[in-house]
Design a binder for this molecule. Structure first.
Ligand code: MN
Length: 200
């Protein structure tokens, strides 16, 4: 069984006005679908990897034969990150971090707004294409980081909790060059129940 593109759990227009329907459609049906197809193609010679989860594969890239590795880093990362991306959104009303995740955010960053500022800065500051992240390390500590291209935090032993896609395809139709505006609007559609479950 090869890797499958997950269906969106909402309609294309569900994240309006923060994320426009056309962007959601193209981003999921073309970009995410493309990563899925190319990940499967990258592993065609090594079908045993189809039995593993994408998390297992990206956690131990040394296991991937060298001639497939670059394709898996790019397209496996793209596949996995977009799975996280779509799953963490919902249409209003906005909720907030709760329980142990809320406590950990306050402990690490001082306040929710200080955390938001940090993640906004990390995401906006990515040079070229990449992602901003809230991650958890093996000791359960939170951190805000960014990664270039589709390099995955999970390949560095970190658990991705919240993903901010700053590839131009994520925002250009609606926000053009205004990446910072897009990054600020993403807060309006995050489902903190999903992020909280990732933290646990
Ligand atoms: Mn993307």
């Amino acid at each position: 069984m090869v890797f499958q593109l997950p269906d969106l759990k909402f309609d294309y227009n569900a994240l309006e006005p923060y994320m426009d329907a056309k962007t959601v459609e193209i981003h999921h049906d073309k970009h995410h679908a493309g990563y899925t197809k190319k990940l499967n193609a990258a592993l065609e010679k090594y079908p045993d990897f189809y039995k593993m989860s994408i998390e297992e594969i990206l956690s131990d890239l040394g296991k991937i034969p060298e001639d497939a590795r670059t394709g898996v880093i790019k397209n496996g990362g793209g596949y996995y990150h977009h799975n996280l991306w779509w799953d963490q959104f919902k249409s209003g009303p906005v909720n907030e971090p709760k329980g142990v995740l809320a406590d950990a955010i306050i402990k690490k960053f001082g306040s929710f707004s200080d955390f938001q500022e940090k993640l906004n800065a990390a995401s906006t500051g990515v040079f070229g294409s990449g992602w901003g992240w809230l991650v958890k390390d093996s000791g359960g500590n939170l951190a805000v980081i960014s990664t270039p291209n589709q390099d995955s935090p999970i390949s560095d032993g970190l658990v991705p909790l919240l993903a901010v896609d700053v590839w131009e395809h994520a925002y250009y139709l609606k926000y053009q060059n205004r990446r910072a505006d897009f990054v600020e609007q993403v807060w309006n559609i995050i489902d903190w129940d999903v992020v909280g479950n990732r933290f646990k």
